[in-house]
Each structure stands twice: as C-alpha cells, then as structure tokens.
Design a protein around this ligand. Structure first.
Ligand SMILES: Cc1cc2nc3c(=O)[nH]c(=O)nc-3n(C[C@H](O)[C@H](O)[C@H](O)COP(=O)(O)O)c2cc1C
Length: 185
C-alpha cells in the first residue's frame, strides 16, 4: 500500500512578487520526491501583531496561518536578510504563530530554515536570528549543514532557481527534515 506523502508548508520571508526566496521554495517544491509535498503560505495578509486583535477576534489570515502550520508535518522557511536579521514580515508572522506562548502550533514542529541573499553571505546572520527566534517557540529546528544561498539573483531564471548543486543540497536537507518528522510524528 502506498504511504501518504508528508505535508510540508513553505513560508517565504518576502512579499515581493519576484522574490528570490519564494522562487527558491517554489523550485524546491517542484523537485520534491514522492515522500513529501509542499505548499506555500503567503504572508501578504498577516497584520502587524497586536495583542488586542488577538484578544478580540483572531484575524482570519492569522487563523489560516496557524491552521496551516498545525496541519503540516513540517515547515520549510526561506528568508531574506534585512539589516543583518530576518525580515519583519517573517518575524511578525512567527510572533503571531507562536501564540499561546510555549503551546502554539509551532511547538514540536520540525522546521528547516534556509536563507538567500544577493550578497556574498547568503543571509547567514538572518539564519542565526531565525534559529534563535524559533527556539523560543519550542519548534524542532533541524540540525543539518546550513543552507545559505549567496548571489541568489544570478541563480534565478524565469522565476525558477537554477543552481543544481544547491538544489541537491536542499533536497538532502529535506531528507533530514523528513527523518526528524518520522522520529516523533
Ligand atoms: C531594508 C533592507 C535591508 C537589507 N539588508 C540586507 C542585509 O543585511 N544583508 C543582505 O545580504 N541583504 C540585505 N538586503 C538585500 C536583500 O537581501 C534583497 O533585497 C533580497 O533580494 C530580498 O529578498 P527577496 O528577493 O526574496 O525579496 C536588504 C534589503 C532591504 C530592502
């Protein structure tokens, strides 16, 4: 009997229509094997975190994000670096998703983090910050060789990420993520 593919949720830290980070995730999604499938959740409609909004009625977009995370087997996050940190858009979404504190949909969720940048460091500082932020949410950020993608603008063609070496590297990291998901489903 065929086993069901694991459901991964991709989250890009950029809202830009031509985003390199979103292109990386879309390409990865298209290259996944039979073990997993990945859909992307766009953060465009997530409002700025406000505890008053949370107390009154959770915005529909935030409820959808939290539900998508809860329904997924694991997350794949790809973030740009803004001023040596992750994007405000992504940090804000993680803040919403991290509620209630220490008991949110992010708790125990296996997560693969990646960063990309047109610069030479590939967003490595944003990646360190993301790891720290996610540790506060009690998610299980996997330990695998860090995926940082420098010079990303040269590796995008017609909206696709074309660096085969990095694609293989990412697929190996997804295998690590799948192993982590299977340790504690
Ligand atoms: C406000 C701002 C700050 C930035 N800071 C950095 C930075 O610290 N390091 C870096 O590598 N790139 C930095 N960049 C460049 C972004 O990495 C670049 O715009 C990237 O393409 C954004 O990702 P996207 O293509 O997915 O939209 C910055 C860009 C902006 C707009």
């Amino acid at each position: 009997m065929a086993t069901l593919a694991l459901r991964l949720l991709g989250i890009s830290g950029s809202l830009r229509s031509q985003s390199a980070n979103t292109a990386v995730l879309n390409t990865l999604s298209n290259r996944l094997g039979h073990q997993a499938e990945m859909s992307l959740f766009a953060l465009n409609d997530i409002p700025l975190y406000n505890a008053d909004l949370e107390a009154q009625m959770l915005p529909a977009s935030v409820a959808a994000l939290k539900e998508a995370i809860a329904q997924s087997d694991g997350l794949v996050i790809c973030s740009p670096e803004y001023n040596y940190g992750t994007s405000g858009v992504l940090k804000n979404a993680l803040d919403w998703a991290s509620r209630p504190g220490f008991n949110s949909p992010l708790k125990n969720k296996p997560v693969l983090i990646m960063t990309s940048s047109p610069g030479v460091l590939g967003g490595v500082r944003a990646q360190a910050q993301l790891r720290e932020t996610l540790s506060a949410t009690l998610s299980r950020v996997i330990c695998s060789p860090q995926i940082v993608i420098p010079g990303v603008n040269q590796k995008i063609q017609d909206g696709s990420f074309i660096d085969e070496k990095t694609i293989k590297f990412m697929l190996a990291a997804v295998d690590d993520l799948i192993r982590e998901i299977k340790v504690i489903p």
